[in-house]
Write a protein that binds this ligand. Structure first.
Ligand SMILES: [Zn+2]
Length: 398
């Protein structure tokens, strides 16, 4: 347990200035105790920990030599390049996952959901590597691991059994992938992953890139299964590009159906896919979260994992410029993510975990627009970074 700390003059989520007290790792009412540490936030914006709700920690090349990307344009080109890179570049899932998690810690990313590859070449080695990182860094950042059949599950015999192994080894969530275009059999794929999720009592998170009607059909199948199995609040659809491509009545009906089953939708604001109707999604009460997807890997060369910058991308991708919209994209990268990935004790209420990120900005909208880097990051009352610089004892962690 950590000692009491007092943060003066901070503005939670851009609201009125308050003094925050953290006692035994949780927000508490100010008491008679003299705090052992006092931080004057000087009116900075306080965010609860940023939530990275979708990344691929096992595949980042952060800290490795530059990868000359000669990969073709299709998803299959990328999947093949990805498997080849794993063999030839010696991407160590344990080392790389720790590097990315430590890189994003200084931005204030305190919760990460990572899809981690399971396939018939590597088996569950990447799962084991990221589990090792999850345990090694457990006092710094929460990591959730999705067993993810990146190379396909039904077409590659033995993958479903490996997914089962991954869950038994300690993965937290069952993953899925394009049930029609990659799996060629949406009903069988979805039945298999829902059954796996039921067997292990774990949530589901499904990559769904499928477009227009095909994607909508797969979403309907996901809604039906979520309802039939009473899995409300335990299913996430990642990407869901089709939601940006339907005629208005069908679009609204599908979003309302997802919201009714509390199925969360994760969007990265991809520049190469249709933008999702964020305003309508919000209006219908859909749980929306965001993530970086792969950063600095063979899929994309860029990305730094800063979820405040992601809030800016989301706004840009949706043509949003007003302050209220920027505040909402910040919400997606904080409270939306927390709800989607099922975090308890998230926020600034007494009893919530004493996690916060101080961002030097006048308003939350300005924080999203300018993404200041000089952030102070506190987790469970422990100061992990001051003004953008990781604490000295953390510099050699990864
Ligand atoms: Zn992904």
């Amino acid at each position: 347990m950590t000692a009491d700390i007092l943060i003066r003059n901070a503005r939670p989520f851009g609201g009125a200035p308050v003094d925050l007290v953290i006692r035994d790792g949780r927000f508490a009412v100010p008491g008679a105790n003299r705090p052992t540490l006092e931080i004057d936030a000087g009116g900075q914006i306080a965010l609860p920990g940023l939530v990275e709700a979708h990344t691929h920690l096992d595949k980042t090349l952060v800290g490795m030599d530059w990868f000359e990307n000669r990969v073709g344009p299709t998803r299959n080109d990328r999947i093949l390049a990805d498997r080849k890179a794993k063999r030839e570049l010696g991407i160590d899932a344990r080392r790389q996952s720790a590097r990315q998690a430590m890189q994003t810690l200084k931005y204030g990313v305190l919760h990460i959901r990572s899809h981690v590859d399971v396939d018939t070449e590597i088996g569950i080695a990447n799962i084991e590597g990221v589990i090792a990182t999850r345990e090694a860094l457990r006092d710094l950042v929460d990591i959730q691991i999705v067993a993810f059949p990146q190379s396909g599950m039904l077409p590659r015999a033995g993958t479903l059994e490996l997914m089962d192994d991954a869950m038994r080894a300690g993965a937290d969530i069952v993953g899925g992938i394009d049930p029609a275009s990659i799996e060629r059999d949406p009903v069988r794929h979805l039945d298999a992953i829902f059954a796996l999720s039921q067997r292990h009592g774990k949530p589901l998170d499904i990559h769904l890139h499928e477009l227009a009607d095909l994607g909508a059909f797969c979403l309907e199948l996901i809604v039906e299964r979520t309802r039939a199995l009473s899995m409300q609040g335990r299913v996430t659809v990642s990407h869901g590009y089709c939601l940006g491509m339907l005629e208005p009545n069908r679009q609204r009906a599908l979003i309302e159906a997802l919201a009714a089953e509390r199925i969360a939708v994760m969007t990265v604001g991809s520049p190469s896919a249709p933008a999702l109707p964020l305003r309508l999604m919000r209006e219908c009460g859909l749980i929306v979260c965001s993530g970086s997807d792969g950063i600095q890997g063979t899929w994309e060369p860029w990305g730094n994992g800063d979820m405040l910058e992601r809030a800016k991308y989301l706004a840009q991708r949706n043509g949003m410029t007003n302050d209220a919209d920027l505040t909402e994209t910040a919400r997606i990268c904080t409270f939306g993510g927390a709800e989607a990935i099922g975090l308890d004790g998230y926020g600034f209420t007494e009893g919530d975990f004493g996690d916060l990120v101080l961002v030097p900005a006048q308003t939350l909208a300005q924080a999203v627009a300018l993404t200041p880097q000089a952030r102070t990051v506190i987790r469970r009352g422990r100061v992990l970074a001051r003004d953008g610089i990781l604490s000295g004892d953390l510099l050699h962690v990864a």
